[in-house]
Design a protein around this ligand. Structure first.
Ligand SMILES: NC(=O)c1ccc[n+]([C@@H]2O[C@H](COP(=O)([O-])OP(=O)(O)OC[C@H]3O[C@@H](n4cnc5c(N)ncnc54)[C@H](OP(=O)(O)O)[C@@H]3O)[C@@H](O)[C@H]2O)c1
Length: 235
């Protein structure tokens, strides 16, 4: 089995590469195996002889669709490897522009003719921590909950899926506990020793209504083992 990890230099991708140390990496900054999914540069070389692609690269926006179109076209030319894609819980329910792009990517992979597996995960611990890291004095938090998961657990699951047959959409993967953003902000302040006043933010609109309903959560798949507080203590 020859595996290519796109986005293997990213937050999740680095853990996927740790779980699959023999894998080839494709990103714009991955040294000799670098390539660009948007221009198509380096894709043919990166995919030569590959039997599984774990697709973790993201442009964090709408361009994910064009990037994945290029990946799929190059993969077809390279003998149609199994494509394992990481998506986000609720991409079909939360109308955030990035989620709409991820849903469009899921659809194009489903229609690609390639054997594929799609795993949706909840928010990573790093994302929630980053939300708080950016703030000072006031710690604004949204008035809804998260179920953050550690990227090692997600990476191990992707490695397991990469080793098996194509399964289509597989059950979602969530962190161990659904917690209010207020609680998570409290854990952040306790772990970092920062002093800031927590301030709830409630925004109008369909996106925030979907988050308030918990459309981005997967309480029935609380498979992660690492709590946000443990992640913070360890980072
Ligand atoms: N963050 C979350 O909470 C969360 C939750 C669930 C699922 N996910 C999904 O998990 C995946 C990984 O997220 P992440 O947070 O690890 O992302 P990240 O840290 O932003 O990493 C993105 C990766 O994509 C690569 N990349 C960007 N543009 C590229 C291009 N044009 N060509 C080739 N490579 C490119 C980057 O490397 P270079 O810059 O070197 O090119 C980097 O390795 C994404 O699909 C995301 O939607 C994220």
């Amino acid at each position: 089995m020859t595996i290519l990890v796109t986005g293997g230099t990213g937050t999740l991708g680095r853990d996927v590469v740790r779980a699959l140390p023999e894998a080839r990496v494709l990103s714009r900054s991955s040294g000799e195996t670098r390539g660009d999914l948007l221009t198509g540069a380096g894709l043919a070389d990166a995919l030569a002889g590959v039997t599984v692609v774990v697709h973790c690269a993201t442009t964090l926006g709408r361009k994910d669709v064009a990037a994945t179109e290029n990946l799929v076209a190059a993969a077809r030319r390279a003998g149609s490897p199994h494509l394992v894609y990481i998506s986000i819980v609720g991409v079909d329910r939360v109308p955030l522009p990035y989620y709409r792009a991820k849903l469009a990517v899921e659809r194009l992979i489903e229609a690609s003719g390639l054997p594929y597996t799609i795993l949706r995960a909840t928010q990573f611990h790093q994302l929630i921590a980053k939300l708080f890291d950016m703030q000072r004095l006031l710690l604004l938090y949204p008035s809804f909950s998260f179920q953050p998961v550690d990227t090692e657990t997600v990476a191990r699951r992707l490695a397991e899926l990469a080793a098996g047959p194509a399964q289509g959409r597989v059950p979602d993967l969530g962190g161990p506990t659904v917690r209010t953003a207020r609680d998570l902000a409290g854990q952040y302040l306790a772990a970092t020793g920062k002093r800031a006043v927590r301030v709830p933010v409630r925004l109008p609109g369909k996106t925030f209504a979907a988050y308030r309903r918990g459309d981005h959560l997967a309480p029935d798949h609380a498979d992660g083992k690492v709590e946000f507080a443990a992640y913070l203590a360890d980072r």
